[in-house]
Design a protein around this ligand. Structure first.
Ligand SMILES: Nc1ncnc2c1ncn2[C@@H]1O[C@H](COP(=O)(O)OP(=O)(O)OP(=O)(O)O)[C@@H](O)[C@H]1O
Ligand SMILES: [Mg+2]
Length: 339
């Protein structure tokens, strides 16, 4: 091995990613990451047997410095950046950087932009369509004109809500490492959110039953965000769970000293099991037509998830078709568990 051999090994060992030194066709040294990726006994072996990826091998065997993106080393489909550095005298240093995280983050960004554009384009097209019809003076009577104007208002309102929700989501995400510091009275938060829900379509059928213990410890949190969290959960219960008059929506809270556990339960149609893990994805809706019809943007539960994460809490959605849905939120009190 060229240069100072033990210093070179120490450097290779210090890397978290799989890294090797190849001399000629032989792997002369491999760190722990490389051994767990390519096999414990790769030192001393022919590099062509250890790395069977033609593109990566081609670059490694030339021994010239290069960087190449390949997929499939170790595991089918896994993306890697292979960095090769010429060490002189026929030796090369090879480092493999796992790009799965970057690739999936890129995919998420692309999907998000595509979804957001689609969501905004739908109301936008409707507005343009109706505006053009109105601009054409002939044949639109006063009653129809009134309906068209109302549709334009509704669709513009929907666009505004999507934009406000997206801005709110990015603010919450931007603050995700900022520890919320207010001392929040959860009972007051629940009461405020129940009052806010009175404006939601469908809430006229809801009967909110609030069951709180006499003494609920305050949580360290962001009051505005916790109200937003309950606004979203209660408006979902009202929209999707209160089709019949006098439908009960239960809001309960409890504590074990360490966590405050908050539950919103409705007795509506419930959600099929396949949908539950995807509910907190942005723009995910079970019944698109129903959600849009009631003014939903599909961002409510994504916002809930991020608020819970910022509070270092836990979110659980339990639902049974035909029976109803419970959303359970646990927020730490900031106190050690009561003994
Ligand atoms: N309590 C519930 N009962 C049945 N379905 C629900 C319930 N809560 C949510 N859902 C389903 O989950 C989907 C996602 O909910 P989410 O709150 O994220 O979006 P939304 O209600 O459609 O729009 P908004 O952004 O206005 O809240 C809803 O479209 C609905 O299909
Ligand atoms: Mg919602």
């Amino acid at each position: 091995m060229p240069a100072d051999e033990s210093a070179m090994r120490a450097l290779v060992d210090a890397l978290e990613e799989p890294a090797l030194i190849v001399e000629g066709l032989t792997i002369s040294y491999a760190n722990g990451g490389a051994k767990s990726l390519l096999g414990a006994g790769i030192e001393g072996r022919d590099v062509r047997l250890a790395i069977r990826h033609p593109d990566a091998l081609e670059h490694i065997l030339t021994g010239r410095s290069a960087e190449v993106d390949v997929t499939g080393i170790g595991e089918v489909g896994r993306p890697w950046r292979v960095v090769i550095r010429d060490l002189g005298r026929g030796a090369a240093f090879v480092r493999m950087i796992d790009r799965s995280g970057t690739v999936s983050a890129e995919k998420m960004r692309i999907d998000f932009v595509a979804n957001a554009s689609h969501e905004l384009r739908t109301p936008f097209s409707t507005i343009i369509g109706y505006a053009e019809t109105l601009a054409d003076e002939s044949g639109v009577d006063a009653e129809l004109r009134g309906k068209f104007v109302q549709t334009i208002r509704d669709e513009a309102g929907r666009m505004l809500r999507i934009i406000e929700d997206l801005m709110s989501l990015s603010r919450i995400q931007a603050d995700r490492f900022v520890v919320p510091h207010e001392t929040v009275d959860i009972a007051a938060v629940i009461r405020t959110a129940v009052a806010n829900t009175a404006h939601v379509k469908g809430s006229g059928n809801c009967e909110f039953v609030i069951a709180l213990p006499d003494e609920l410890p305050p949580v360290q949190g962001d009051r505005g965000q916790l109200i937003q969290l309950f606004d979203n959960l209660l408006s979902n219960a009202a929209r999707y769970g209160c089709h019949k008059p006098k439908s009960k929506v239960e809001v309960t809270a409890g504590t074990d000293g360490r966590w405050v556990t908050l539950t919103v339960t409705d007795h509506g149609p419930g959600i099929a099991r396949v949908h539950v893990p995807r509910l907190t994805e942005r723009f995910y809706r079970v019944d698109e037509a129903r959600s849009r019809g009631s003014g939903g943007t599909g961002l409510g539960l994504a916002i809930v998830k991020h608020i819970v994460e910022r509070h270092k809490g836990l979110l659980e959605i339990k639902s049974e078709v035909g029976k109803g849905t419970s959303v359970i939120v646990r927020i730490p009190t900031g106190r050690p568990r009561a003994s």
